[in-house]
Design a protein around this ligand. Structure first.
Ligand SMILES: NC(=O)C1=CN([C@@H]2O[C@H](COP(=O)(O)OP(=O)(O)OC[C@H]3O[C@@H](n4cnc5c(N)ncnc54)[C@H](O)[C@@H]3O)[C@@H](O)[C@H]2O)C=CC1
Ligand SMILES: O=C(O)C(=O)Cc1ccc(O)cc1
Length: 310
């Protein structure tokens, strides 16, 4: 019997992809006392072996088709570009009436890639936990990753009951949930996550290219701002390539605005317009204060040093 009997309890859960996000889901389920039977699958034999060694999932199997057999909840936790092919492969093997969910950082293209493959009667409830670190792979997960973090839910036509159960599941993992419309989700994420990652990648690339500043100096004198950039720019290249390949429209829109503002600031520096810079920085400081007041200080945990609880 489950220690908790709420709607968040699914009899059998399948995790497809066994990286940071899926392994954290498993550890958080365990911490929550859920007694679902969890089956896991990852594409590489090496990842499956590591997962077994770490005690991830109750069972690790050699194909996605086998993993989803009899599952009440299937969570796709692979890079966004791999969601469609995985959905196609598992579709004929899904339990009638089950719920399929994904955790991808982009929603519109993932929904378009996954939904056409799913049989009638299967509920698709896309989600996006706004929590992560720069680490990846099965050993990167920890039970508290989702604590007090937002998990965005993009029901996009799923039944209310299936959506409510998925929300209850994420709340049991420690997250706060909010429903969002698909296009809005992709735009919000372009602003708060995708473009900031691109800026970090660019800044670290610039430092690396700049021959007048040696690599040793970059490492030795890196202050907090640049250190944060290097942490973000150490994120998984496959995952982030897929994010920009699939959230094209929103990231290009936000990047367009970003470069306009950057040119305005560049001009102010060139023309000596200190007042413009001062006013701009005063406005942006208020945004930081707003985040702190809302109790959403995302700097609080230092992910590089965060204690891994299992
Ligand atoms: N890392 C982060 O901070 C966050 C990631 N996400 C999203 O969650 C998803 C998973 O990300 P992570 O767990 O961080 O990635 P990860 O790189 O740690 O793990 C990905 C897993 O998927 C497997 N995989 C890759 N291609 C596959 C395929 N074609 N078939 C089967 N398995 C495959 C890999 O072997 C690995 O086990 C991505 O869609 C990402 O956009 C969402 C929120 C935060
Ligand atoms: O590590 C960080 O700073 C993050 O921003 C984590 C993150 C990465 C990707 C997402 O889709 C959501 C959260």
């Amino acid at each position: 019997m489950s220690e908790t009997q709420g709607p968040e309890n699914y009899g059998k859960v399948a995790l497809i992809g066994l990286g940071l996000i899926a392994s954290s889901i498993f550890w958080a389920m365990k911490r929550a006392g859920m007694d679902s039977h969890v089956t896991g699958y990852a594409r590489s034999a090496e990842t499956r072996e590591t997962a077994k060694r770490l005690g991830l999932c109750h069972e690790i199997v050699d194909s996605a088709e086998e993993a989803v057999k009899d599952a009440d909840l299937v969570i796709l936790a692979v890079p966004v570009g791999a969601m469609g092919p995985i959905a196609e492969a598992i579709a004929p093997h899904l339990k009638p009436g089950c719920t399929v969910s994904d955790v991808g950082s982009v929603k519109k293209e993932v929904i378009e890639a996954v939904r056409p493959h799913l049989p009638e009667g299967v509920n698709f409830v896309p989600t996006h936990p706004m929590a992560g670190t720069e680490h990846s792979g099965p050993g990167a997960g920890f039970a508290s990753l989702y604590d007090n973090r937002w998990c965005l839910i993009v029901p996009d036509g799923a039944s209310e009951e299936a959506t409510a159960r998925v929300e209850a599941f994420w709340q049991a993992l420690g997250a706060k949930t909010e429903q969002m419309e698909v296009e809005h989700h992709d735009l919000v994420c372009a602003v708060v996550s995708h473009v900031p990652h691109l800026i970090a990648y660019t800044m670290v690339g610039v430092a690396d290219d700049l021959r007048r500043v040696s690599d040793q100096e970059v490492i030795k004198f890196s202050a907090a701002g640049f250190r944060d950039f290097t942490r973000i720019a150490a994120s998984d290249p496959t995952m982030w390539r897929d994010v920009f390949m699939t959230n094209k429209q929103a990231t290009l829109e936000i990047l367009g605005r970003f470069t306009e503002e950057l040119f305005a600031l560049q001009r102010a520096i060139r023309t000596g317009d200190g007042q413009l810079l001062f006013d701009y920085f005063t406005r942006t400081r208020e945004i930081r204060r707003g985040i702190l007041q809302a109790g959403q200080d995302t700097d609080a945990p230092d992910f590089g040093r965060v204690k891994v609880e299992k």
